[in-house]
Design a protein around this ligand. Structure first.
Ligand SMILES: *Cc1c(COP(=O)(O)O)cnc(C)c1O
Length: 388
C-alpha cells in the first residue's frame, strides 16, 4: 500500500517566529487587554484600507453586531443580505431584534444580486449587508447606489476580502462600514478578532462605546462631569474588546498580508490553469471590477458530466487526506432559520449552488507539491467518474 499523503487542511494560519515574539512582548508589558497595541493595530488597518477610522472587536461577529447597533437596527427593521454566507452575516441582525431578509445570489459571481436587492426593499429596510464571497468584492457601486436612493446603510461583510480591491480601491473604505475577521482560517489572524473600518465619525464613536458596555469618557459626549473619575454608560453595550495580546498578533500578521494574498492568487492561478481545461468543473468567476484576495477556492461540479455525487466526490478527496469543505450551507436552511419561517426553495440559486460546490485547500503555506497533489487527485476522480 502507498503511504498516505500527509493531511492538507482547507485553510490554515501562518505563524512565524516574529508573530510569536510580538505576542510575548505584550505579555511582558503593562497592558494585556485593550491598550496601546489595539490602538496601533486599528491605526494600521485603517491606513492599510485607506479608511479614517477602525474599531477592533473580540471577533468579526461582535464587529458585525456593533455595526448593526451603530446603524440603529431595532425591532421590525429589515436588513438585506445573502443566503450564501456564514450564519454571522444574518445573526447580527437578529441580535438587534431586526429581521434578516435574504436576496438570492448571481449565478455567475455567487455574490448577492443587486436586482434581487431592489425587489426586497420595503419601507422597513434599514441596511444592506453584502458579503464579498470567497474574497471577490460584491457589486459595491450598484449596492451603494441602491442604498443612497433608499437612505440605507451598507455594512460590508468583508471577512473574506481583506487585501481585495474594487475598481482599484481597497475594500474597507467604500461601504459605510466594512467588517474584517481575524479568525485563524482568514487571511491574517489575531486568534479571534474582528474590526470595523469607516470614514464616518459618528459611527466610529458609537462603535467604540458599544464595544465597552455603552460607556464613554469622551468629554464632548458626556451629559455631566463629576470629576476626573467620571464616565457615563449611555446605552446598553457589551464587552466586545480585543486584547492587546490579539492586537499584537494581528499587527505582526498585517505586515505579511500582501505577501499572503500574492501567494493565494498564485495558487488560484495554478488551480485555474488545470481546472479550466476540464468541462466537468466550473472554476470561480473572475470579476472584471475587482481583484479578489482569495479566501476560498470553490469549485462547482457539473453533475450531468459526472457519475458521482458531490457527497461521494467530497469523500474521495477526504480519503486522499485532502481537507475539503463546503462554503456555505445557505443560512435560511439552518434549523433555527427554518423555525423562524424561512423556507427551502425561496433562494433557488443559492440552494442549487450549495448542492454542487466543494472548497479546495487554499492557504499561503501550501507548497507546490501540495497544490499539485490536490490538482492530480481532483483530476483522477474526474477521470474515473466522467460521463463520456
Ligand atoms: C468568518 C466570518 C464571519 C465571522 O467572523 P468571526 O471572526 O469568526 O466572528 C462573518 N462572516 C463571514 C462571511 C465569515 O466568513
Amino acid at each position: 500500500m502507498q503511504p498516505r499523503h500527509p493531511f492538507i487542511p482547507y485553510g490554515r494560519q501562518t505563524i512565524d517566529e516574529d508573530d510569536i515574539q510580538a505576542v510575548v512582548n505584550v505579555l511582558k508589558s503593562d497592558y494585556l487587554t485593550t491598550g496601546p497595541a489595539v490602538e496601533n493595530f486599528e491605526k494600521k488597518v485603517a491606513e492599510y484600507v485607506d479608511a479614517k477610522y477602525a474599531v477592533a472587536f473580540s471577533s468579526g461577529t461582535a464587529a458585525l453586531h456593533g455595526a448593526c447597533f451603530a446603524t440603529g437596527i431595532g425591532e421590525d427593521d429589515e436588513v438585506i443580505t445573502t443566503p450564501m454566507t456564514f450564519a454571522a452575516s444574518a445573526n447580527c441582525v437578529l441580535y438587534q431584534d431586526g429581521k434578516p431578509i435574504f436576496a438570492d445570489i448571481d449565478p455567475e459571481t455567487y455574490n448577492i444580486d443587486p436586482d434581487k436587492i431592489r425587489k426586497k426593499i420595503t419601507p422597513n429596510t434599514k441596511a444592506i449587508i453584502p458579503v464579498d464571497f470567497t474574497g471577490q468584492p460584491a457589486d459595491l457601486d450598484e449596492i451603494m447606489e441602491i442604498a443612497k436612493k433608499h437612505n440605507l446603510t451598507v455594512i460590508e461583510d468583508a471577512a473574506h476580502a481583506i487585501g481585495a480591491t474594487y475598481k482599484g480601491i481597497k475594500v474597507g473604505s467604500i461601504a459605510d462600514m466594512t467588517m474584517f475577521s481575524f479568525h485563524p482560517v482568514k487571511h491574517i489572524t489575531s486568534g479571534e478578532g474582528g474590526i470595523i473600518t469607516t470614514n464616518n465619525k459618528t459611527l466610529y464613536e458609537k462603535l467604540l462605546q458599544f464595544r465597552t458596555h455603552g460607556i464613554t469618557r469622551n468629554h464632548s459626549l458626556l451629559n455631566e462631569n463629576h470629576g476626573p473619575w467620571y464616565y457615563e454608560m449611555q446605552f446598553l453595550g457589551y464587552n466586545y474588546r480585543m486584547t492587546d495580546i490579539q492586537a499584537a498578533l494581528g499587527f505582526s500578521q498585517l505586515e505579511k498580508l500582501d505577501r499572503f494574498v500574492q501567494k493565494r492568487r498564485k495558487i488560484v492561478q495554478q488551480y485555474n490553469n488545470e481546472f479550466n481545461t476540464m468541462e466537468q468543473i466550473i472554476t470561480p468567476f473572475q470579476h472584471s471590477h475587482g481583484n479578489s484576495s482569495w479566501h476560498l477556492y470553490v469549485i462547482k461540479l457539473k453533475q450531468d458530466l459526472l457519475s458521482i455525487t458531490r457527497k461521494r466526490f467530497f469523500k474521495e478527496l477526504n480519503e486522499a487526506n485532502i481537507g475539503v469543505n463546503v462554503h456555505y450551507i445557505p443560512v435560511h436552511l439552518q434549523p433555527y432559520y427554518q423555525k423562524m419561517g424561512y423556507n427551502k426553495g425561496d433562494y433557488p440559486i443559492a440552494e442549487e449552488l450549495y448542492d454542487h460546490i466543494i472548497t479546495l485547500p487554499l492557504f499561503p503555506a501550501m507548497t507546490d507539491e501540495n497544490v499539485h497533489y490536490v490538482i492530480n487527485t481532483v483530476k483522477k476522480i474526474v477521470q474515473e467518474y466522467q460521463i463520456k
